[in-house]
Design a protein around this ligand. Sequence first.
Ligand code: PLP
Length: 295
Amino acid sequence: MSEQIVYFNGRMMPESQVGISIHDRGLQAGIGVFERTRTFNGLSFRLDEHLRRLDRSMRVTRVPAGMSIAEIKERTLEVLEANKGHLGPHDDFSIAHFITLGVAGNPTVIIFTQKIAFTTFANQYITGAHVISSPVEQSPISFIDPKVKTTSRMHHHLALQFVRNVDPDAYPLFLDHQGNVCELNVSNIWIVRDGVVVSPPGRSILHGITRDVVFEVAANAGIPTEERDFQVYDMVLADEAFFSGTSACVMPVTKVNGLQIGDAKPGPIVGRLQQGFCELTGVDVVQQALAHLAK
Ligand SMILES: Cc1ncc(COP(=O)(O)O)c(C=O)c1O
């Protein structure tokens, strides 16, 4: 099959023709912001919300794309259209936006699609995912505010290396300097206690687009939600836990630091939230991922 088409600095081109300058500040110093938006049945989901977050990230970091959000949206839909033939049965795309400081005041803007690698997480819908407290702390607001979706992710890389050395399937759980649970490296974390779905407050986490959808789906299903600080202690004693993120939507978490959460099986509230996602998107997210394991 032919190569995927990428938007790169004003032009559409095959992926292999994209050439980033050796002087790009994104490459040299990690100065950039990004987004990842999902498709369901090949159609973008919450693209406007992702692009609004991209806009906020660009403004706060002073990394402008040099084009309007409306124009970025137009180019995004063109990239999606150009690549939709690459989707097979049960496939969907992650649509990536990368904006870097570029070279000499000329930003680098890249928009591309990538098939979601369902096989890397599908099994966790059955077993539940594992998380381990990271020895690397959540980036303080005074350093790089975690509300910004920045490409500067060395701390995530280091945390991942550490926890994968302990448990090859685990995700790093970032805590703030007081031990409050914040988020994972690629997703927001939640616990369920006495029927209430609890998220850490929005103060020092990425405001996940999926997190907003979880609040929405929970409200529609009559499941109460709360935003408050909690610690690993509360995770160990929770009835259920899960993470939310663009690709996996709602993923059960059954172990924290090697200790079982609840009965160490995906729980009923997680199931109801996943069901809510299916109703909203028209895709049974869990079955879609599991179909890739059966291939
Ligand atoms: C650090 C972090 N937290 C949370 C999330 C979840 O955000 P979203 O639901 O918008 O994918 C991500 C997504 O990449 C992330 O990188």
